[in-house]
Unconditional design. Structure first.
Lengths: 321, 256
């Protein structure tokens, strides 16, 4: 549904994209993940016809974005990190205007605006000018604006940046619901957790190139796979626990005395957890915690790019389980 | 078909611009309070000191104030466009399947409405301070037509400048530096006869003078006079040159 091949784009001496290849299957969510300046926004701006690539090919819904931008615009909805609203118009007027510019008949544009305001919980604020909207309300209206013409393809550039935890969660729900309805979504994010939660597929980009591609699980596996981790109650038992686990997994155990924990790599779950608990119990070792642990996407990112994702300050504060 | 959509999109833009005006009435200061101030000041400050052959100073002055106000208002269109370019709204428009030039035509069409308001305001205040046009309804209608044509042409100059400059503030300075000398070195406020030769030659042939003389002639005696054709040609030429330039600059500015 979305394809790019060898996309290049430079701004002066800055090489924003250096041969980006991505593809998104119909009805799926692809998260374009990368730190600031990785080229995420440039990729979205090219795909949404706002910027022309220097070279390479980009197609949306089978239509070339460079040669047929207007046809592409009929198929897409765009919501940006800077909510593009008319601040002097009300929420309803913004949506009706977008509907009219999509060539909907006046009555249909009005009905569509009303339905979207309802769906995005903006009915009360509908007739206030958007200058006074909160950050979350702006983002919701911006997303509503992207949906006016029922686009089959949706581009979301950092849809939750700057939102509070509640706003982020409600945005996640909306995006997940859209994808369930068959919309193809390409979203950019700096939040690994967001990609993990929402995306069917993750494309990690850095310096304008794709550096890894896969599901969250696949990417995590690439970074050393799963480990069985045990936290013992008494530090004195640590060494014995390590011996037990080593025997169990046939791999060398890693001991962290400060955290009282010991771990071993495991290749399959197959009864491993119950056996571990049984043998630790048989050896008389009290444990506080036992479980499998996969690497976080943060660790994945670090191992792929050699630096942490985004800035410390922009790390996600929400934990969803 | 596409002409119909172009018109529909432009009118949607006009609707948006009018909503802005309704909610930010200070956007109308330059076509209401400012011309009133000019009419009153010029009428009473210069009125006694500048004798005009065959008519009163206020009758002479009004055409000049009309054209000056229309010229400033036309160019000011560019400031409003520059404002739009500064925030993200243009990105939204560019991601829609609308006719992209409608963003600009919507602007200049709105400006035509602003110009009409300016003409109405100035006519009323002029009549109150002694303006007595003798050209009849036909002359007044022709005068308004000439002014609006000039204003519409200049609004495309303004749009081109608005797409060119980086900030709306810079454009305001630029407008002042071009429109102010053009209206003062012209027949707008005083006859050109007392100007030194080098200035007089310039003043008598530049568009503000030609348009002002034509408007003056229509309002005072109902005919266009010798400058009518050159005045209309200037407006037409300005439009023909700046319409494509404005579109080109706008495309260049908005396509990375």
């Amino acid at each position: 549904m979305i394809v790019t091949e060898g996309l290049h784009k430079s701004f002066g001496t800055t090489h924003a994209l250096q041969g980006l290849d991505i593809d998104v299957a119909e009805g799926t969510i692809l998260a374009l993940l990368g730190p600031n300046g990785a080229g995420k926004t440039t990729a979205v701006r090219i795909l949404t016809t706002l910027v022309r690539p220097d070279s390479g090919r980009a197609e949306v819904a089978g239509i070339d974005v460079v040669h047929h931008p207007v046809e592409v615009r009929r198929k897409i909805g765009v919501a940006g990190q800077n909510a593009t609203l008319d601040e002097v118009l009300t929420g309803r007027e913004n949506l009706e205007m977008i509907g009219r510019l999509f060539r909907l008949p006046a009555r249909e544009a009005r009905a569509r605006a009303a339905a979207l305001l309802e769906r995005f919980d903006l009915v009360e604020a509908a007739d206030r000018i958007t200058k006074h909207y909160s950050g979350g309300m702006r983002r919701r209206l911006d997303l509503a604006g992207a949906l006016v013409a029922h686009p089959p393809v949706l581009f979301l550039d950092e849809p939750t940046t700057g939102l509070d935890p509640r706003g982020r969660l409600s945005m996640w729900d909306l995006i997940a619901e859209l994808a369930k309805g068959g919309t193809t979504v390409l979203m950019t994010t700096q939040y690994l957790e967001e990609a993990d939660q929402l995306a069917d597929d993750i494309a990690v980009i850095d310096h304008g190139r794709l550096i890894a591609r896969g599901t969250a699980l696949e990417l995590k596996r690439r970074t050393g796979g799963e480990r069985l981790e045990v936290v013992v109650t008494n530090v004195a038992d640590l060494q014995r626990a390590a011996t037990t686990l080593t025997g169990l997994a046939n791999e060398e155990a890693l001991v962290d005395a400060g955290a009282r924990h010991v771990s071993v790599p495991v290749s399959s779950h197959g009864g491993m957890l119950t056996r571990a608990v049984r043998e630790l119990d048989a050896a008389g070792i009290d444990v506080d915690d036992v479980g499998f642990r996969r690497p976080t996407l943060d660790e994945v990112f670090l191992s792929l790019t050699g630096k942490p994702a985004g800035d410390e300050a922009s790390a996600p504060k929400v934990v969803v389980s | 078909m596409s002409l119909r959509w172009w018109l529909a999109d432009s009118l949607e833009m006009v609707k948006r611009n009018l909503r802005h005006i309704r909610r930010t009435p200070e956007l109308l200061l330059d076509v209401t309070v400012q011309p009133i101030m000019f009419v009153v000041l010029f009428r009473f400050v210069f009125g006694g000191a500048i004798p005009i052959e065959g008519t009163t100073y206020v009758n002479y002055l009004m055409a000049g104030i009309f054209v000056q106000t229309i010229a400033f208002a036309g160019m000011y269109t560019g400031v409003l466009l520059a404002n739009d370019l500064k925030n993200g709204m243009i990105d939204r428009f560019r991601s829609l399947p609308m006719n992209q030039s409608s963003v600009l035509t919507g602007r200049t069409m709105t400006d035509l409405l602003r110009a009409m308001l300016a003409v109405t305001t100035m006519t009323i205040i002029g009549l109150l301070v002694g303006f007595r046009p003798q050209g009849g309804i036909g002359g007044a209608a022709m005068a308004i037509g000439v002014m609006l044509a000039f204003g519409f042409a200049l609004s495309w100059v303004g749009v081109a400048m608005g797409a060119f400059v980086r900030t709306p503030e810079a454009l305001q300075g630029l407008i002042f530096m071009t429109v102010f000398p053009l209206t003062f070195a012209s027949s707008a406020f005083v006859p050109t006869t007392t100007m030194p030769d080098w200035l007089r030659v310039f003043a008598e042939h530049q568009p503000v003078t030609l348009v002002t003389n034509t408007v003056r002639s229509f309002t005072l005696n109902g005919t266009g006079g010798p400058d009518a054709i050159p005045a209309l040609l200037w407006s037409a030429a300005t439009l023909v040159v700046f319409f494509p330039i404005a579109l080109w600059l706008y495309r260049r500015r908005t396509t990375g």
